[in-house]
Ligand binder design. Structure first.
Ligand SMILES: *Cc1c(COP(=O)(O)O)cnc(C)c1O
Length: 401
């Protein structure tokens, strides 16, 4: 069986039964989880080929989720930077980010599989809130695993999940953060797989998750491609930029452009968690990918101003796109991110999520340095809205005043 997905077929296509993207991906799980992963892969393959499933999903994303999200041409910001800035407005989707696309897809798939319980991991709580939202929508039970430290740091999101009817389980093993919450969710899935679907939050984990989650997020790129053609006289943007934690919003927007445009693709990681530029290949959470780790192979804690980018790795397809040179991986530091957050607020009246502000920060720096030539068109995936970050930004800025 071939594991090479690059020699033929689309760059961001179906990785086949091995789930490998070049040297990355795969399915490194305990034996007890292999049947669950295979069942899920087959169910997803069937659903994705079924126009009835696709139509139902599109309908929910439209009438409940607020899709299609618009592309906004930023006049004042473009004047200031000297490049033409367009924003794909995932901040306007229900619950305020792209995460809804994935959880609605997985919720609908779980229902099709006859499963009536959802479990999920969460770091800052955003994916937990999204999963609890989908569970409420579909009338499913929901349990969210969250590192004990994170439950204290993100009390309001714990309360949000509870309002939505979910149970939040604090995880006390290991470093008591996101990495440990993923481990606990996987352990719980082994024990409950008959009636439970594990709704994983990004393009990571064992096959089929990286592929499936990318396909559920592809709607961002497919819409944006069409919308840009209307706005750019039939052309594609010169550059498409997205922030990357696990990498799902980046994979979703890249998927619309990777194969048949010459748009340059840029993913911006948090400088304190830059898996592609500073990590090394390793195995974690069921996948082989780029991970930040020490010389003994111990996984390091990612550190970033934005809680949503604190994953110590990145999805395997990103490690592969970097190897291929089809996408570029860069990093933005907290200081530049805070500046970008304020810049978009003042020039366009939009408060971006701190995660999304990483993408913006790179565009600001690259237009100043000339790396982005004057007049280039740049599509930024505005993955989420910044309301959730306002108190944190206030505390940082006031602490300095
Ligand atoms: C969770 C989140 C991210 C990071 O997740 P990816 O899988 O890398 O997209 C980015 N932006 C926002 C707004 C988020 O909520």
């Amino acid at each position: 069986m071939t594991t090479d997905t690059t020699s033929s077929g689309p760059i961001m296509g179906d990785p086949g039964p091995t789930g490998r993207f070049g040297d990355f991906g795969g399915r490194y799980v305990p034996e007890a989880l292999v049947p669950a992963c295979i069942e899920l892969e087959e169910a997803f393959r069937g659903a994705w080929a079924d126009s009835g499933f696709r139509t139902e999903l599109d309908g929910i994303l439209r009438n409940y989720g607020g899709r299609p999200t618009p592309v906004t041409v930023c006049g004042r910001l473009s004047d200031q930077l000297g490049v033409r800035v367009l924003l794909k407005r995932e901040d306007l989707a229900h619950t305020g980010s792209h995460k809804l696309n994935n959880v609605v897809g997985q919720g609908l798939l779980a229902r099709r599989m006859g499963k009536h319980k959802l479990i999920a991991e969460t770091g800052a709580g955003q994916h937990g809130v999204a999963t609890a939202t989908a569970a409420a929508l579909f009338g499913m039970e929901c349990t969210v695993y969250m590192g004990e430290i994170d439950t204290r740091r993100q009390e309001l999101n714990v309360f949000r999940m509870e309002l939505l009817g979910a149970t939040v389980v604090p995880v006390t093993s290991g470093s008591r953060t996101l990495k440990d919450a993923v481990n606990e969710a996987m352990r719980s899935w082994v024990a409950s797989v008959a009636d439970t679907h594990y709704c994983l939050g990004s393009v990571m984990g064992p096959h089929p998750y990286p592929w499936m989650v990318r396909e559920f997020q592809r709607v961002i790129g497919d819409e944006a491609r069409e919308q840009c053609r209307d706005l750019l006289d039939g052309g594609d943007p010169d550059v498409v930029v997205a922030c990357a934690g696990g990498g799902s919003n980046a994979a979703g927007i890249f998927a619309g452009f990777a194969d048949d445009t010459s748009s340059e693709l840029v993913a911006v990681e948090a400088a304190g968690g830059a898996a592609v530029t500073t990590g090394i290949p390793g195995i974690l959470h069921g996948m082989r990918s780029a991970l930040i780790q020490d010389e003994e192979g111990q996984i390091l804690e990612a550190e970033s101003i934005s809680a949503g980018l604190d994953y110590p790795g990145i999805g395997p397809e990103h490690a592969h796109l970097a190897d291929l040179g089809r996408a570029r991986y860069v990093a933005a530091g907290d200081e530049a991110v805070l500046e970008a957050f304020q810049l978009l607020a003042r020039t366009e009246g939009i408060l971006p999520a701190l995660e999304s502000s990483h993408a913006l920060a790179w565009v600001v720096a690259a237009s100043a340095s000339g790396e982005l030539p004057a007049g280039s068109s740049v599509l930024i995936n505005l993955s989420g809205r910044g309301d959730k970050d306002v108190a944190q930004v206030r505390d940082i800025l006031r602490g300095r005043a």
